[in-house]
Design a protein around this ligand. Structure first.
Ligand code: PLP
Length: 389
């Protein structure tokens, strides 16, 4: 019992269930159970050595103080150069704001536009933090349905049809968590063309999986559309690409009109990203990229294995979406709900996965498998689930 009276807004804040599944899986493992973790969305690789060394060197060189709130200039310049090399676009380093991970950008973007009476669109099933933060801000969340029959890509027509004069922000994510869906260029072209009729609507494109596409698919960055650069927030970062989830480093390219607002949010929230991590991030962007290529090649090989195996399990079918490092099979044929499957696979087969409903109501009937684990473990997990089913 407590006499404290919390703010009502807290009751609207959601969470990311993958972290709870991880905690449960770790607890079971600590009790001696043999758990294969296909739940958490982080690369199972170490951060490449030259990046780790750059972080250590920065500490030794005395980079112990605050940096500019938006990030050290050399890092923001390296981000601009990297975006130029990867997407063929010009980015002014002054529009780049470095933050502790991918999440702060989405939090700040939603806080910048969200308030009671306005609408913010977000993908469903999608990364759970979008809906959580939209609700927290007091805005009304308007789901963009992602459907298996479209390879979990959004339909521009559907998105555009939901815009009202209260819409302030549209969030899109390709390649996507939790589905692995990659939205084709034609849909993005259509969305951008349609947005020209709605100049009051901002767009946040979460491109954190921009380097993780398979089967000849190529990433399309929203930065490649100059006609919406004045209202585009493009989120990317180091967590997934360089296996740096625990370092907490991400960035976004913000439109001119939003840069001062987001910088003030950074100053109010965290002052700056810790200095050695920024130097590590600089080494990641300017150093050799072989480790990224190797990691993506390994994900690609595992993707083939997991999609093939999932399609041989009774009651389960899996579309090969081709992005990120997630498979999102349809499990309706098992007769289990997403939550029942998540719990039984963990408790009875020792395989951690995440229920599709953790990513929004429209994830019912699906389960997220992260293939950031060895092929051997993936095969063993499939064998255990086969036995259970
Ligand atoms: N965006 C998406 C779509 C993600 O899946 C994740 C992490 O899972 C993030 C952003 C957040 O990344 P970070 O760990 O850098 O905050």
């Amino acid at each position: 019992m407590t006499g404290m009276i919390f703010a009502d807004s807290l009751s609207r804040l959601g969470t990311e269930s993958a972290f709870m599944v991880l905690a449960r899986a770790q607890k079971l493992a600590a009790q001696g159970k043999d758990i294969i973790n296909l739940g958490i969305g982080q690369p199972d690789f170490r951060t490449p050595d030259h990046i780790v060394e750059a972080g250590i060197k920065a500490l030794r060189d005395g980079h112990h103080g605050y940096t500019p709130a938006n990030g050290i200039p050399a890092l923001r310049e390296a981000v601009a150069a990297d975006l130029n090399a990867r997407h063929g676009v010009e980015v002014n380093p002054d529009n780049v704001v470095v933050v502790p991970g991918g999440k702060p950008t989405m939090f700040f973007a939603v806080m910048m536009f969200g308030q009671p009476g306005v609408e913010i669109m977000y993908p469903n099933p999608g990364f759970p933090i979008y809906e959580s933060v939209i609700r927290y801000s007091g805005a009304t969340p308007v789901p963009i349905s992602l459907e298996e029959k479209n390879g979990f890509a959004f339909s521009a027509e559907d998105v555009l049809s939901k815009i009202t004069d209260r819409t302030r922000l549209i969030i899109i994510n390709s390649p996507a968590n939790p589905t692995g869906g990659v939205t084709p260029k034609e849909e993005i072209d259509k969305l951008v063309a349609g947005l020209l009729d709605h100049p009051h609507v901002a767009l946040m494109s979460d491109e954190i999986y921009s380097q993780m596409l398979y089967g000849g698919r190529e990433h399309v960055s929203l930065l490649q559309y100059p006609e919406i650069r004045d209202r585009l927030i493009m989120l990317d970062g180091w967590s997934k690409t360089y296996a740096m989830t625990g370092w907490r480093l991400g960035y976004a390219v913000w439109p001119d009109a939003a840069v001062d607002h987001v910088t003030r949010l950074c100053i109010n929230d965290h002052s700056c990203v810790n200095a050695p991590t920024q130097y590590a991030g600089l080494a990641a962007l300017t150093g050799p990229q072989d480790a990224v290529r190797d990691m993506v090649a390994q994900f690609d090989a595992r993707r083939e294995v997991i999609v093939r195996e999932l399609n041989t399990l009774p009651g389960i079918s899996c579309t090969d979406c081709g992005g990120a490092f997630y498979a999102f099979p349809n499990i309706t044929g098992t007769g289990l709900t997403a939550k029942q499957a998540q719990d039984r696979f963990l408790d009875e087969a020792g395989v951690a996965t995440v229920a599709g409903t953790s990513f929004g109501a429209r994830g019912e009937g699906y389960l997220r498998f992260s293939y950031a684990n060895s092929t051997e473990n993936i095969l063993e997990a499939m064998a255990r689930i086969r036995k259970l089913l």
